[in-house]
Design a protein around this ligand. Structure first.
Ligand code: TYD
Ligand code: ZN
Length: 415
């Protein structure tokens, strides 16, 4: 715990205003830090505490572990595990190809945090010049194996200049579930501005603050998500770097996301969706600190109800298994105090997670076959963002009397 106060920010990462956390989720491990039992002794913890910056509207973590603790050669998150996400990125890519790239000669697309190439493979298939920037070398290797041009590095001003010198300016820069990971947002914004053509666009999407507040989906808060964005905070954060918010589009992914399109200032008109979204955010109270006091109370109430349910099932001797060893589940298990006594194991299809223990709570992660082999009485749906896909797939679990425990937007049992 000697590292506990490291990297504690007392100033907003975007505007520099003074920051204080409005709540703490307590001592937290790395959300994707699945570990072997012999690694328990050296497991890393930090204090997970979010803050809201009133002057610029940015929701952020007060403290974040250093990037090399999260994104490295053993990064456990592979984007392509969900069929739904593959379709989502195919559509995302098509909208760029048929939109901003249409009619352009030899366009160039850069993706920040390109993971295993789930998005860029669609550009590659159409012969579009592309480059992925992915610091986690193991996932980048998978992309390269599929013929997708990928460099393993962290994006910022310097790398932007290098890419520009080698490949020229980009027609489109894309990022999905990545911008919210990068603490140096000003550095990335400057890099994007430098690399982008004057008529280019920067399109990124991330979990949306409005959804998180509305659904009490506090499990979006974990080490990697240093920011949870809103249209208001994105507009404010990028304007000083010469980038204007010109479009927003809600997405179903990750339990409620927003896609933001930014362009060099005054280079293209903003759609009416931007003003509409900003107005909705004012109505929802996303700019007011009382909203976050209420959010904290909702988190506490959710935790109390979930533990009441799990403790009562345990007393009744029911078998409960977790479904999906998501990053998000690390916040839930550690904040609520869920142990292997409550949840026998977590079923997950990702080979690198199997046979390991979940971070902090040390619940064993087992292959999906074990879930199917002997259905439990209850499955705690940690991968709730894939609910439609999973519940469709698991009809025989329910037909055999199995029940789902969900906790977003509220704790309940469903069949
Ligand atoms: P993901 O939804 O990306 O969540 P997070 O961003 O919080 O990590 O992760 C989904 C996890 O759930 C991943 O480890 C794969 C697993 N999973 C299954 O085991 N079965 C499934 O059918 C699906 C869709 C996911
Ligand atoms: Zn700020």
């Amino acid at each position: 715990m000697s590292e506990l106060n490291q990297n504690r920010a007392s100033a907003c990462r975007v505007c520099g205003a003074h920051l204080t956390a409005f709540m703490s989720f307590g001592r937290m491990p790395i959300a994707n830090g699945f570990l072997k039992s012999e690694e328990i002794q050296s497991e890393y913890f930090f204090e997970l505490a979010p803050a809201f910056c009133e002057p610029c509207g940015m929701f952020q973590l007060v403290e974040q572990p250093s990037p090399d603790k999260m994104f490295h050669g053993r990064y456990a998150f592979y984007s392509s595990t969900s069929r739904y996400m593959q379709v989502h990125f195919e559509r995302f890519a098509q909208s760029v190809i048929n939109g901003v790239l249409a009619g352009r000669a030899d366009p160039f697309v850069v993706e920040l945090g390109s993971n295993d190439g789930i998005m860029l493979r669609n550009f590659h298939a159409c012969g579009v010049r592309h480059l992925g920037v992915e610091p986690s070398v193991n996932v980048a290797e998978v992309a390269r194996g599929c013929g997708i041009n990928t460099i393993s590095a962290f994006f910022g001003r310097k790398l932007a200049s290098h890419i520009e010198a080698e490949h020229g300016h980009a027609d489109a820069i894309l990022a999905a579930n990545v911008m919210c990971h990068i603490p140096d947002l000003p550095g990335v914004a400057d890099g994007v501005r430098r690399l982008l053509r004057p008529d280019g666009v920067f399109v990124f999407e991330d979990p949306y603050l409005g959804d998180m507040i509305a659904k009490t989906s506090y499990d979006q808060i974990y080490d990697e998500h240093v920011f949870i964005f809103s249209a208001t905070s994105v507009k404010n954060a990028f304007a000083p770097h010469g980038l204007e918010l010109v479009d927003v589009a809600p997405q179903k992914t990750h339990g409620g996301s927003m896609r933001y399109t930014l362009a060099p200032m005054d280079s293209r008109p903003a759609t009416s969706a931007v003003d509409e979204c900003l107005a909705r955010e004012r109505e929802q109270g996303l700019g007011r600190s009382e909203t976050y006091v209420r959010f904290k109370q909702s988190c506490e109430a959710s935790r109390a109800r979930l533990m009441e349910m799990l403790n009562s099932l345990r007393r009744e001797g029911r078998r409960v298994v977790g479904y999906g060893a998501t990053s998000k589940s690390t916040t839930v298990t550690n904040y609520c105090g869920i142990t292997p006594e409550h949840v026998e194991f977590i079923s997950d299809t990702t080979p690198i997670k199997q046979g390991k223990l979940s971070p902090g709570a040390h619940i064993p992660v087992r292959p999906y076959d074990e879930f199917v082999r002997a259905f439990p009485d209850y499955a705690l749906l940690f991968a709730w963002n894939h609910s439609d896909e999973i519940r469709e797939k698991e009809q025989s679990f329910v037909a055999g009397g199995g029940r789902w425990i969900v906790y977003v937007p509220e704790v309940k049992v469903v069949s």
